[in-house]
Design a protein around this ligand. Structure first.
Ligand SMILES: *[C@@H]1O[C@H](CO)[C@@H](O)[C@H](O)[C@H]1NC(C)=O
Ligand SMILES: *[C@@H]1O[C@H](CO)[C@@H](O)[C@H](O)[C@H]1NC(C)=O
Ligand SMILES: *[C@@H]1O[C@H](CO)[C@@H](O)[C@H](O)[C@H]1NC(C)=O
Length: 669
């Protein structure tokens, strides 16, 4: 029996010797114990998580010569997610991490402690440190019955990176806060000015990114379903959990997309949040989104106090009802930071009332009081009774809305935020005269409503009819004119397009050109569309719009994008196209990573398709057309990467008898 044991031991030893000599260039260990330390010299050992996702060891960031103990993605060693001795660098490669007296300790060449885990509990009989697959570096009792009970864990001391499963928030028993702090620079991981933390006021949480004391971005408060300033689509890739119990209050991100391989949120030294993702087929990180998403409405208080930011608005910033720009001069040149002030101060008089600002990200939590038990009606009454109350809203959108928030100071960082099903409205207190002018206007509106309704829908039809007539007139006299030359283009109601694109929601935006923004949408029939909304101040006037409609309505070819219809209503001019899921050609040509995705066969297929489309335009169609703006972004790709030429705003028609033509305007590409 004894012999058998010895034999087994011998074989195991030989096997492990063979195995380790194979891997001799990278000496990996699985645990750190009082007798097994991690060294930056000699074997230069590293610790690897069981599934090979993360690696812990010594590194030098960027151009720095200093040595730090950190954790990185094994597949991307330059992506460091945690640093132990951020503020206490080692100046040479003689560092050693070991377990001593129940603590993790980092020693320098003179065996002085540079960093340690600072666990006071003297419970660790035989402590062992290991790196988990989540990226959590933990110290625990070797024989512990509960494998999830840690003496110490790196997740409690985040650096600049939020990994899935990390808590951002508070231990309510000890008052200990876990939050993200940026590096000073790419070469220096010491604690910088940027922070990303959970701010809780009156039991209402929101996440805030700041640089020093200055706020850069906030998610808006938790409204029971989401953070009021965050849109739903993010939730497809991961889930945000908000947990509040007697011990903890925190948020945590949970991966819901098993294929998004690895992803994390990082706070850059300049205070920008980025959610990066590495697909298992690609070799480089891609930015899923940034926080703030855009430098406009998402940026903290972009419009200043008492103003609302509407990303599709023109202008983008507007004072709330009852307010006027603090500086007309500033407002005129489209800089907004000074915000708005009340036209007339509130007198706390009888007859004051409220105006609803629908579907917004609620103002920041300054000078605010809350009561989670009140209904909206009670909230209104309470606000009206209190002379200092300037605005109110429901704090929770679930179950038809509940809870009461009352603001008594300036209203800061409001933006439009249409999120179907969980819109949050804000009610602004107005003076007696302001209320009176609203009710007068409402009365007038009622009288006019029938008239204007018939006028607008009439205008839409009339516009198209007018083009039909001009078209016919222009073509009159041409021989062989047949009936099918009539414009037969459906018109869409503005309301339909608004509903389809989620009120031109920025999340639906799929492109922006010189002439306006393009939105993805879905009609109630389920058909996907791309709506090109011409901005009023764009160069493309009615002239180009008509041109595009005229030209493309006449053309039908599988390599030309199909126009489904148009909408002309009030100031709006919108073209509705079939939706192209594979975006435009420039995304593939000019993106170094993507251009390798498409095989050569597909490239050739696309080139041939474009040529076919051009041949049709130049020669085979009834009209002869020069596109004049042919470029990658105007070649759209459908499901099968079949190319479709789009954007006929600048196209020019040649008459049959014209062999040559001159243009006075410089246009297009
Ligand atoms: C090691 O750390 C101690 C204490 O911080 C310090 O005094 C000493 O100079 C360090 N030694 C080296 C070689 O950096
Ligand atoms: C260690 O922890 C104690 C109590 O938690 C704290 O007072 C002390 O400042 C910590 N020491 C270091 C070096 O972080
Ligand atoms: C990559 O992802 C696909 C799913 O998209 C999965 O089936 C495959 O196993 C993954 N490959 C690796 C190497 O993880």
């Amino acid at each position: 029996m004894e012999d058998l044991h010895f034999l087994t031991f011998l074989i195991a030893s030989v096997l492990s010797f063979l195995l380790f000599s194979q891997l001799s260039c990278a000496a990996h260990i699985e645990t750190i114990t009082p007798i097994q330390s991690l060294t930056d010299y000699g074997d230069k050992t590293t610790l690897i998580s069981p599934s090979q996702a993360f690696e812990l060891g010594f590194f030098s960031p960027g151009k720095s010569k200093n040595r730090y103990l950190g954790i990185w993605y094994k597949r991307k060693p330059e992506t460091v997610v945690w640093v132990a001795n951020r503020n206490d660098p080692l100046t040479d490669s003689n560092g050693e991490l070991t377990v001593h007296d129940g603590n993790l300790v980092l020693l320098n060449s003179t065996r002085s402690i540079v960093w340690y885990s600072n666990v006071s509990r003297n419970v660790a009989n035989s402590p062992v440190a290991l790196l988990l697959d989540s990226g959590n570096f933990v110290l625990r009792e070797q024989e512990s019955a509960n494998r999830d009970e840690f003496i110490w864990q790196s997740f409690d001391y985040p650096s600049d990176t939020l990994l899935f499963g990390m808590k951002l928030g508070w231990d309510l028993n000890t008052g200990f806060e876990r939050y993200i702090t940026s590096w000073k620079s790419a070469d220096d991981p010491s604690v910088g000015d940027g922070t990303y933390r959970l701010s809780v006021i009156d039991g209402l949480p929101q996440c805030v990114i700041s640089m020093g004391l200055e706020r850069k971005f906030r998610t808006g408060i938790w409204n029971g379903v989401r953070f009021s300033g965050m849109k739903a689509p993010f939730l497809k890739v991961y889930k945000i959990l908000y947990v509040f119990n007697e011990n903890d209050e925190y948020i945590m991100f949970e991966n819901t997309d098993p294929y998004s391989a690895i992803s994390f949120i990082k706070l850059s030294p300049s205070g920008f949040g980025e959610h990066l993702v590495l697909q298992n087929s690609s070799t480089d990180w891609a930015i899923m989104y940034t926080l703030p998403l855009d430098p406009l409405c998402e940026s903290y208080s972009y419009c200043g106090a008492n103003a609302i930011c509407t990303i599709t608005g023109n202008p983008i910033c507007e004072c709330l009802r009852g307010f006027t720009p603090r500086s007309q001069e500033e407002w005129r040149v489209l800089t907004w930071s000074k915000g708005c002030v009340r036209k007339k101060p509130l007198a706390c008089a009888k007859g004051e009332g409220f105006v609803k600002v629908a579907a917004v990200k609620l103002p920041d939590m300054f000078e605010v009081s809350s009561d989670k038990s009140m209904s909206l009606k009670e909230c209104q009454e309470a606000c009206l009774k209190s002379c200092s109350c300037k605005a109110y809203a429901n704090s929770d959108v679930t179950k038809g809305g509940s809870g009461c928030l009352m603001w008594s100071g300036d209203l800061i960082d409001i933006r439009d935020m249409p999120v179907k099903g969980s819109e949050q409205d804000l009610y602004i207190r107005l003076s007696v005269s302001e209320i009176k002018s609203i009710s007068d206007a409402n009365k007038r509106k009622k009288r006019n409503i029938v008239f204007s309704a018939s006028l607008t829908s009439g205008a839409c039809l009339f516009g198209v009819a007018l083009w039909c007539i001009t078209w016919k007139l222009r073509n009159r006299g041409k021989a062989g004119k047949t009936k099918d030359e009539d414009l037969d283009l459906p018109t869409f109601d503005l309301a339909t397009i608004v509903a389809a694109t989620n009120n031109f929601s920025p999340t639906n935006m799929i492109g922006a050109g010189g002439f306006g923004l393009v939105y993805k949408g879905m009609l109630c029939t389920g058909q996907e569309i791309a709506a090109k909304r011409l901005s009023n101040n764009s160069g493309q006037g009615l002239e180009e719009f008509k041109n595009e409609v005229e030209v493309i309505a006449k053309l039908q070819h599988r390599n030309l994008v199909a126009l489904l219809g148009c909408c002309i209503q009030n100031e709006e001019r919108i073209l509705i196209y079939e939706f192209m899921p594979n975006k435009s050609l420039d995304c593939y040509i000019f993106d170094g990573k993507r251009c390798t995705i498409l095989p050569w066969k597909t490239h050739f297929y696309i080139v041939k398709g474009i040529a076919r489309g051009l041949l049709y335009l130049h020669q085979d169609s009834k009209l002869q057309i020069v596109h004049r703006d042919l470029k990658g972004s105007n070649i759209l790709l459908d499901n099968n990467f079949s190319p479709k030429i789009s954007d006929f705003g600048l196209a020019r028609i040649f008459r049959d008898d014209e062999k040559e033509s001159r243009t006075k305007r410089v246009v297009g590409t």
